[in-house]
Design a protein around this ligand. Structure first.
Ligand SMILES: *Cc1c(COP(=O)(O)O)cnc(C)c1O
Length: 834
């Protein structure tokens, strides 16, 4: 029997009162906007600047959003639905106004209404700062997933951190990256709602007391040294069609004023306490490292802070419906861990169940193992999170004890499976017994979850074979795959209106919800009229991007040239430097032979480097310096240009992707877990040049080998190269072109007056061992580029390839990813708001 505290469901209550009319008339929209100009902003139509219009329009849209949010929440409550709780340290949302208008079907209405008011919507949209609470792919994936969850009407809530400063703004000064603080909330955020009624308090530091209960059983009590408040801010997440509006709940840290002086005065504690992190700093800033993060105390506290606040929130909601009866918890709650960043939620739930709810360990552990599922995002060893046990002991002393207990019991399981095998025990243990004892969050996550997924077929295969093979034997079926996806609403419908309109004219309006329908345009791939229409759209998008390039960099580009785009975080494994080597090779070929026949090409980059990643910053500097040289060299600049777009982010991606002819996806095979930029570009008719890595492999399967340029060593070949002892000097001495371009980097040709400024790049590919095999893949990359150039020269062939790329992207909608999660892992039912 449940001791549910909420009223029993009554017949008919499932059907929530009918929704108010979805669409506003143009007249009503205008009235709402003008009302907000007057009453919310205290200005009027004559005085308002674009920013005021942006605020007024957002406020008008937010009225609809909140209405639907209320209906959705009431509906979920009345139906007492099982829900997924998506815990992610990052949500890279971008801008919301255009997205929310599109999802409510109000974009055209707004555009035309504003025209009548003398306002240009596209200018107004530029006023919105990006919500950049993430680094790159991992954070953007979380944003696409909550879009799909709302669109498909699944009960879901996203939990994350309300960073005061998101990812830094990038400026380029004399070719080098400068980081500036991002202040996305400086002039207020029209979407977020503060929920003081749901504030949570979480504990940090202190010590653990061992007590004995009435039956003599051991009880543990954590006496915290400090308590921090978590203030929730809700961002509504509007599904396409505007029926379901879910929430993204982000926690802001505040001082609770509580500081335990008893703990402070306990002997020998004063010095340690002095280093304590202050409450307000916890949610101050997003750590700017993509893929890696050093063992910083504040980072661990951030992770615990948002995980613990979220768990308390989840349990509060569960208890509202079910009281103290835990027996239905795992029927109602599933928690997805986006990478190991929220993995501390596992021992936190154990602590709540064992220490507070006084469940026995086995019952508590059974609940845990049915609650959590974990997504692995990387195989890079430096990116697998580990925390010093001493740090955990200081910040979360009870959690460390619980982790030891989990591990102790787990080691017994391992002993049963592999008796006497200490090597396997050492490998699978949550505790790494190195010089400094470390806690492996990946192992903890696998052990504490009922499902573990990689993010593309090849990645999941490698997770099973190389990263966690023994876990796969111990827990057959636990390790699985869910290939990533992207929302076609933002990444085609909203960002590429011309192509969307063309597609809708041919196949109707349902494709944003049923992306497989795009395949219908395959039939038109050979149709000359359609080819012309498709490429005319591409041409217009290129003109728009050319204007943006001119405005941001001063560089003029020829829109008849191939727009070749590599946009992603800057990292050696993503190999922007391989792209650079090839550009230098083309430059040399053109200087040596002015008649060298290539179609004019503009290489366009966008990338932020982690502030402490020196080589990545050198690559940015190199791209800018090489761009300066090539763009002003009249011998070649009619055929070759290089552009570095500063401050790459979601809103800039939305302008670049529709204009791309070529998508560079050139990571070393085995290193890119999935990639999602590859999907966005192909969806918009860019042809990929790429390695057999991540989701590129699945993209190639969909579009066919003749519509993609694949090159380079495969995962197996990469492993074989390393096994036999890879020596980059072999390639340096055997390939004249490789030698010439690397030596060129050593000269001051690109950095006059600064000799050696780019030497570290050459070094990394020679004495540094070229860990990502740029030299091994160079020749194959160069050949693939030649094939690409040849294909582009045949206009009709290229148009067909571009069309088929768009047509075959149905698989990569995030709706399909979510369907996979629901069927394989979450087991949710939709909860439709009628
Ligand atoms: C999609 C996206 C990414 C991920 O790109 P990859 O090429 O998959 O690494 C990173 N940053 C932004 C702004 C994105 O929109």
């Amino acid at each position: 029997m449940t001791t549910a505290t909420k009223p029993a469901k009554q017949a008919g209550q499932n059907a929530v009162s009918t929704l108010p009319a979805l669409s506003l008339s143009k007249k009503a929209f205008k009235e709402a906007v003008v009302r907000h100009l007057h009453c919310s902003l205290g200005t009027d139509e004559n005085k308002a600047d674009n920013h005021a219009w942006y605020k007024a329009i957002s406020a008008a849209i937010q009225e609809l959003v909140l209405e639907r949010l209320r209906t959705t929440q009431k509906n979920h409550y009345l139906n007492d639905t099982r829900a997924v709780h998506y815990l992610s340290a990052e949500f890279l949302m971008g801008r919301l106004l255009s997205n929310n208008m599109h999802n409510f079907g109000l974009f055209e209405t707004a555009d035309s209404a504003l025209k009548e008011l003398g306002v240009t919507l596209s200018d107004v949209l530029e006023e919105e700062p990006d919500m950049a609470l993430g680094n790159g792919g991992l954070g953007r994936l979380a944003a696409c997933f909550i879009d799909s969850l709302a669109t498909m009407e699944f009960p879901a809530i996203g939990y994350g951190i309300h960073y005061e400063h998101g990812l830094f703004r990038q400026e380029i000064k004399n070719g080098a990256q400068i980081e500036r603080p991002d202040s996305w909330r400086d002039y207020g955020n029209p979407w977020e709602i503060c929920r003081p009624e749901s504030i949570q308090e979480i504990s940090l530091y202190g010590y653990v007391e061992t007590k004995y209960g009435t039956n003599g059983q051991i009880q543990k009590e954590w006496h915290p040294g400090a308590i921090v408040k978590g203030v929730p801010w809700d961002i509504p997440v509007v599904g396409y069609g505007g029926k379901t509006v879910n929430v993204l709940r982000l926690w802001e840290s505040q001082s609770s004023g509580y500081f335990n002086w008893d703990v402070f005065n306990a002997g020998g504690y004063v010095d340690a306490q002095r280093e304590n992190v202050e409450a307000e700093t916890i949610s101050k800033v997003l750590y700017p490292n993509d893929e890696t993060e050093a063992g910083k105390e504040l980072r661990l506290i951030q992770q615990y802070f948002f995980s613990a606040c979220s768990l308390k929130d989840i349990i509060r909601r569960y208890k509202r419906a079910h009281g103290d009866d835990w027996s239905r918890f795992t029927d109602q709650v599933v928690i997805q861990l986006n990478d190991t960043h929220p993995a501390i939620a596992i021992p936190e739930l154990m602590r709540i169940l064992v220490d507070r709810a006084e469940l026995d360990w086995d019952s508590a552990w059974a609940i845990c193992q049915k609650t959590f599922a974990y997504t692995n995002h990387t195989l890079l060893p430096e990116a697998l999170e580990k925390w010093p046990a001493r740090m955990l002991e200081k910040i979360l002393p009870r959690h460390l004890e619980i982790i030891y207990e989990i591990n102790h019991r787990f080691m017994a399981e391992v002993e049963k499976k592999w008796p006497g095998n200490n090597a396997i025990k050492a490998k699978l243990s949550i505790i790494e017994e190195s010089n400094e004892k470390m806690v492996r969050m990946g192992n903890l996550s696998v052990i504490g979850s009922f499902a573990v997924n990689g993010v593309a077929e090849i990645h999941s295969k490698l997770v099973k074979q190389d990263l966690f093979p023994e876990f796969d034997q111990l827990y057959p079926g636990k390790l699985t795959n869910v290939t990533n996806g992207i929302t076609p609403r933002r990444w085609l419908k909203a960002c590429n209106p011309l192509l969307s309109e063309l597609i809708s004219k041919k196949i109707g309006n349902d494709w944003p919800l049923e992306l497989d329908q795009l395949d219908k345009i395959s039939e038109l791939a050979d149709n000359k009229t359609f080819q012309n229409q498709f490429m005319k759209v591409k041409q217009k998008n290129k003109q728009a991007l050319a204007a943006e390039i001119k405005a941001l960099t001063g560089i003029s580009v020829d829109t008849k040239a191939i727009f070749d785009i590599q946009i992603k975080r800057l990292h050696e494994y993503k190999r922007q430097h391989l792209n650079v080597l090839h550009i230098l090779a083309l430059y040399r070929r053109l200087l040596e032979n002015p008649n060298y026949d290539i179609h004019p090409r503009v290489f366009i980059f966008g990338a932020k480097a982690a502030p402490g990643y020196a080589l990545a910053k050198t690559v940015i500097f190199a791209i800018n310096k090489i761009a300066d040289k090539i763009n002003s060299d009249n011998r070649v600049n009619h055929k070759l240009k290089v552009v570095f777009m500063p401050n790459y982010r979601v809103s800039q991606a939305e302008k670049m992707i529709p204009a791309a002819d070529v998508s560079q996806q050139i990571s070393t095979a085995g290193k890119e877990a999935s990639g999602t930029g590859n999907m966005k570009l192909a969806l918009n008719g860019a042809v990929t040049i790429g390695t057999l890595d991540g989701a590129n492999i699945e993209i190639a399967e969909e579009v066919g080998d003749e519509n993609i340029f694949i090159f380079g060593n495969t995962v197996e070949q990469v492993n074989a190269l390393h096994a036999k002892g890879y020596n980059p000097y072999d390639y340096y001495y055997q390939n004249k072109e490789i030698k010439a371009v690397l030596d060129w980097l050593d000269s001051d040709y690109f950095t006059p007056g600064q000799p050696g400024a780019l030497s570290s790049l050459k070094q990394s590919m020679l004495d540094g061992g070229d860990p990502y095999l740029c030299l091994a893949d160079f020749e194959s990359y160069s050949e693939a580029n030649k094939a690409l150039d040849l294909a582009y020269k045949d206009k009709s062939r290229w148009a067909k390839m571009a069309i088929l790329n768009t047509a075959k992207m149905g698989k990569f909608t995030s709706d399909r990813s979510i369907r996979d999660y629901v069927e394989k892992i979450w087991k949710l039912d939709t909860c439709s708001v009628k």
